[in-house]
Ligand binder design. Structure first.
Ligand code: FE2
Length: 241
């Protein structure tokens, strides 16, 4: 046994958080292994994309998954499980953002479909973590581990592997193909610290389109129109003849 962090190694965001005792697992072929017989998923070379930052992230996701499985086996208390679910929520969101930046810069044509898969997973894990915090006994951790293992494993093998040739330059994207929808534009905004979450949520709603986005856009236009009218009125009051 050795002392090991529940969180991804060398990641300062998780420093000082809970530590658990966990047996070291040996890999017979010498590559890093995180495995669990219940989930049937082990980190192995078949998950290697060859893109260093992505592989590091994926390995950390497997580590978090393994921590969750061990919490279940060890019947850890709700606070330890909740902390691991929170770490998974944060880490997956940051990893997806990184992948999405890479895909955009490589003009990967499957970007929108891939981003939607990320969004679905992000939203589901957020809801899972929230429900677990509210009522830990209502969540079956076996089902959670199996779902996560299946999702992460198959997502890497199918969806992530599809962008690899574009990211490593083996395939070049058709940047100016008029038949394909334009790639989203990345923007950088400086926002007040307390507002960044709500602005991100607003941006996500606008990006996804549909009825909610249309209503928001119409409301925004109406508010701007009203503000212009107020300013016009003030100008006339101050400077009118
Ligand atoms: Fe992905």
């Amino acid at each position: 046994m050795f002392l090991r962090s529940t969180y991804p190694k060398n990641d300062s965001r998780f420093s000082g958080l809970i530590l658990i005792l966990r047996p070291r697992k040996r890999d017979p072929v010498g590559c890093a292994t995180v495995e669990d017989s219940m989930t049937g998923v082990a980190w192995s070379d078949r998950y290697v994309t060859g893109i260093k930052a992505i592989d590091k992230d994926h390995h950390s996701l497997f580590e978090l998954l393994a921590s969750l499985v061990e919490h279940r086996k060890a019947r850890s208390g709700p606070s330890a499980v909740a902390a691991t679910l929170h770490a998974l929520e944060v880490y997956a969101a940051e990893h997806f953002e990184r992948e999405e930046r890479f895909m955009l810069s490589a003009h990967f044509p499957g970007f929108e479909t891939h981003r939607r898969a990320h969004d679905e997973f992000r939203t589901l894990v957020q809801a899972l973590a929230r429900q677990y915090r509210r009522e830990p006994a209502s969540i079956d951790l076996d089902k959670v581990s199996q779902f996560l293992a299946h999702w992460i494993g198959s997502h890497i093998l199918v969806e992530d592997m599809a962008y690899v040739p574009y990211l490593n330059g083996t395939v070049s994207a058709e940047v100016d193909d008029t038949d394909t929808p334009p790639m989203p534009i990345e923007i950088v905004l400086r926002v007040p610290p307390g507002k960044h979450e709500v602005i991100k949520r607003f941006a996500a709603l606008m990006r996804d389109g549909g009825e909610v986005a249309d209503t928001l856009e119409n409301t925004l236009n109406a508010l701007e129109h009203h503000r212009e009218q107020v300013l016009d009125h003030r100008v006339r009051a101050l400077f009118g003849t």
